[in-house]
Design a protein around this ligand. Structure first.
Ligand code: UD1
Ligand code: MG
Length: 511
C-alpha cells in the first residue's frame, strides 16, 4: 500500500436526478449495500490520513452510513457541481497538510482497492499534477470523454452534452476517480467557471486548466472497465447490482460451494457459506447470514441474518430471518422462521409452519400447519398438525412452555401463558388453558353427539322435486322434545340392560 500522506475525498452530495427518486443517489443499494458504503470500504485499506465524504442531499442519512467506518463529512450546500464539491473540502485538506488527494464519486461502487492503490502508485511514479483513472467502454454514453495529447497525456475531459460529432466516437471515458497533487489543484479549480448547460462548476474542467498551465495530467486505463461504472439511472443501478452478485457468487463457488443457475442467486457481501453446501436457483442469502458445510438450500428460500450450522436441509420456499438452525435440522418446504427462532440439532419444521422467538430442542418435530410463538419446547416433543400457541392477548405476548417427549395432538390451541409437563399427552382438538401435569392426558373439547339417520333424512328431503321440498319429512315433522320425552331419554340411557330385559319379557309369551 502507498505510504505518502494523502487524503481521500468522496463526492456524495448530489441528488441523482436521473434516478427519479426521493432518496439521495448514494443511499441507493447495489450488491447489498448503499453505493457510498462500497466506496468508503474500497478506500479504507489505502491508509489515507483521512477520508472525507462531501454530503448535501439527505446529509444526515449519508452521514449515518459513512461515519461508522471512520469517514468525516463536509457539507456542500447548495450543490453547484463536482468541482464545487471538491472546493468545499479545501479547508479540511489544507488543515490536514496533505500533499495529495484521491477523489472519487460516491456513485461508482464497483471500484476495487487494488485499482486505487495502483492509481496512487502511478501518480507518484510520474510526478504528474493529476492522474485520471479511465476506462474504454463499448457504450460510453453518459460519461465524460478523455482527450489525449499526441504524447498520451490528457488535454481535457469533455462532458457528453458538449461533445462534437467527432468526439462522440471516443470510447475512453472519465471514471471521476483522480489523484491530484496539492496545491496545483486549487489554482486550477479556482479558475473553473460554471459555463455549461447545467451552470455547474465541473471538476473535469480543472483537468484542461491544469494542462493549459503547463502541468502534466496522466491517464491510467482500468484493466477491468466494469469497475468504473456509475449508477446514474435505474438501469445502471441494476447492471452494477448484477455485477456485484456475479462477483460474490463466483467467490462463493471458488470456495467450494455448488450454486445452480448462479445468475438467479443473491448473496450479500458479508454472507459466508461452507464447502459442499448446495444452493438451488432463486435463493437469497442476505445480511449477516452464515451457512455451514454440507447444507442444502432449496429454490426460492430467503435467509436474512440467520446462522445455519452444518448438514442442514432447507427445502423450497422458506423465509428465515434472525434465526439459528442447529446441525442436521430440517426446514420446509414453505416454512417461516423469524425473530429468534432456534432449532436445536435434529429438530424438524415442516410445511406451512411459522416459528417466532421459540426454542425447539433436539429432535422436536412440528411438521404441518402450525404457529409456535414465544414457546420453549423440550427434546423429542411432537407438535401435531395445526397446533397454535395463542401467545397474544391483544396487548401482551405470553410464553408457552412444553416439556420433553410430549405428544401434542393435532389441532391443539395452547392459550398462553401455559405449561405442559414432560411426557404429557394432549388429545387432538383441545384448547389448553390450564397447566398440564407431567405424564397426564389432557382433553379439553366438547363431547361428540351423533344424530342417527339425520344425514340420510336430509338427503331425502333435498331430493324432492323443486317446489315440493317444503313438504316435511319424518325428521322435519318431529316436534321439539317435551320435558317428559327428555326424561324418558335420560332414563333409557341410564338403564339399557333393564330395557333389554323388559322387551325380552314382553316378547317371550308370543315366541
Ligand atoms: C461525472 C463526470 C463525468 C464522468 C462520470 C463518471 C463531471 C462534471 N462529470 O459525471 O466526466 O464520466 O462522473 O461517473 O464531474 N456531486 C456532489 N456535488 C455536486 C454534484 C455532484 O457531491 O454538486 C457528487 C454526486 O453525488 C456523485 C458524484 O459527485 O456521487 C458525481 O456526480 P454525477 O452527477 O453522478 O456526475 P456524472 O454526471 O456521473
Ligand atoms: Mg455519476
Amino acid at each position: 500500500m502507498p505510504s505518502a500522506r494523502f487524503a481521500i475525498v468522496i463526492l456524495a452530495a448530489g441528488k441523482g436526478t436521473r434516478l427519479k427518486s426521493n432518496r439521495a443517489k448514494v443511499l441507493h443499494c447495489a450488491g447489498g449495500r448503499p453505493l457510498v458504503e462500497h466506496v468508503v470500504l474500497a478506500c479504507q485499506p489505502l491508509g489515507a490520513t483521512e477520508i472525507h465524504v462531501v454530503v448535501g442531499h439527505q446529509a444526515d442519512e449519508v452521514r449515518a452510513v459513512v461515519e461508522p467506518f471512520g469517514a468525516k463529512t463536509i457539507l456542500q450546500q447548495p450543490q453547484l457541481g463536482t468541482g464545487h464539491a471538491l472546493l468545499t473540502a479545501r479547508a479540511a485538506l489544507e488543515a490536514a497538510g496533505v500533499a495529495e488527494v484521491l477523489v472519487l464519486p460516491g456513485d461508482s461502487p464497483l471500484i476495487r482497492t487494488e485499482t486505487l492503490a495502483a492509481l496512487l502508485r502511478a501518480h507518484r511514479a510520474d510526478g504528474a499534477a493529476a492522474t485520471v483513472l479511465t476506462a474504454t467502454l463499448e457504450a460510453p454514453q453518459g460519461y465524460g470523454r478523455i482527450l489525449r495529447n499526441p504524447d498520451g497525456t490528457v488535454a481535457a475531459i469533455v462532458e457528453e452534452k458538449a461533445l462534437s460529432a467527432e468526439q462522440r466516437t471516443l470510447r475512453e471515458v472519465n471514471s471521476s476517480i483522480y489523484v491530484f497533487s496539492l496545491p496545483q489543484l486549487w489554482s486550477a479549480l479556482g479558475q473553473v467557471r460554471p459555463e455549461n448547460i447545467h451552470c455547474e462548476i465541473y471538476l473535469t474542467d480543472a483537468i484542461e486548466l491544469l494542462h493549459r498551465s503547463g502541468h502534466t495530467v496522466r491517464a491510467e486505463c482500468a484493466a477491468d472497465a466494469r469497475e468504473i461504472l456509475g449508477c446514474n439511472t435505474r438501469a445502471e443501478l441494476a447492471e452494477v447490482d448484477r455485477i456485484f452478485r456475479q462477483r460474490k457468487c463466483a467467490d462463493v463457488m471458488a470456495a467450494g460451494v455448488t450454486i445452480y443457475l448462479p445468475e438467479t442467486v443473491l448473496i450479500d457481501p458479508d454472507v459466508q457459506v461452507g464447502t459442499d453446501t448446495v444452493i438451488e436457483p432463486g435463493v437469497q442469502l442476505l445480511g449477516a447470514t452464515r451457512v455451514g458445510t454440507n447444507c442444502w438450500i432449496g429454490t426460492g428460500s430467503v435467509l436474512v441474518d440467520t446462522v445455519v450450522e452444518d448438514e442442514v436441509l432447507i427445502q423450497q420456499n422458506c423465509r428465515i430471518s434472525g434465526s439459528r438452525l442447529g446441525r442436521g435440522s430440517r426446514v420446509g418446504p414453505f416454512a417461516h422462521l423469524r425473530d429468534g427462532a432456534e432449532l436445536r440439532p435434529g429438530a424438524r419444521v415442516g410445511n406451512y409452519v411459522e416459528v417466532k422467538k421459540s426454542l425447539l430442542a433436539e429432535g422436536v418435530k412440528a411438521m404441518h400447519l402450525t404457529y409456535l410463538g414465544d414457546a420453549t419446547i423440550g427434546p423429542h416433543t411432537n407438535i401435531g398438525a395445526g397446533t397454535i400457541t395463542c401467545n397474544y392477548d391483544g396487548v401482551r405476548k405470553h410464553p408457552t412452555t412444553i416439556g420433553e417427549r410430549v405428544f401434542v395432538g393435532s389441532g391443539t390451541e395452547l392459550v398462553a401463558p401455559v405449561t405442559v409437563g414432560d411426557g404429557a399427552y394432549i388429545a387432538a382438538g383441545s384448547t389448553i388453558t390450564d397447566p398440564v401435569p407431567a405424564d397426564a392426558l389432557a382433553i379439553a373439547r366438547a363431547r361428540q353427539v351423533n344424530k342417527k339417520g339425520w344425514a340420510a333424512a336430509r338427503r331425502a328431503r333435498l331430493s324432492q322435486p323443486v317446489g315440493t321440498e317444503h313438504r316435511k319429512t319424518s325428521v322435519d315433522k318431529r316436534k321439539p322434545p317435551t320435558q317428559t320425552a327428555k326424561r324418558n331419554h335420560r332414563e333409557r340411557k341410564r338403564a339399557p340392560a333393564a330395557r333389554k330385559a323388559g322387551s325380552r319379557h314382553r316378547k317371550s309369551p308370543r315366541g
